[in-house]
Design a protein around this ligand. Sequence first.
Ligand SMILES: [Zn+2]
Length: 118
Amino acid sequence: MMMKILAILNNRCPNCEKGSIFDKDRGLINLSIPKMNKTCPSCGFQFVKETGFFYGAMYVSYALTVAEGFIWFLIGYFLLGLSLMTNFLIIAAIALLLSRFNFKISRTIWIYIFYKQH
Ligand SMILES: [Zn+2]
C-alpha cells in the first residue's frame, strides 16, 4: 500500500511501478503542460487507453485543487490570521504553482483507478 502511494506520487507505471508516466521535468518552475509517455518505457504498458480517457481525470484534478485551496485557507485564515483577500490571492498562486503537479498526479490516479492486475 505504501509502495503504491509512493509510485503514484512519483508518477510511476501501475504495471511495473518503475517506468515513468511523464517525460522528465526541466527546471523547477515550468508551467507548460507535462508531456506524457504513450507506453511505459520500462514494461511497455499502455497508459492511454482511448481518446478521451483522461477527461475524467479533470474531476480528480479539480478535487485536488479545491482540497489544496481549502487546506491553505485553514492555515492562512485561522493560523496566520490573513485577510480573506490575501488568502484568495495566495490560493490562486498555489493553484497555479501546483497545476502541473495536479495534472500529473490526477492522471496517474486515473490510470491506477482503471488498472486491472492480470
Ligand atoms: Zn511499466
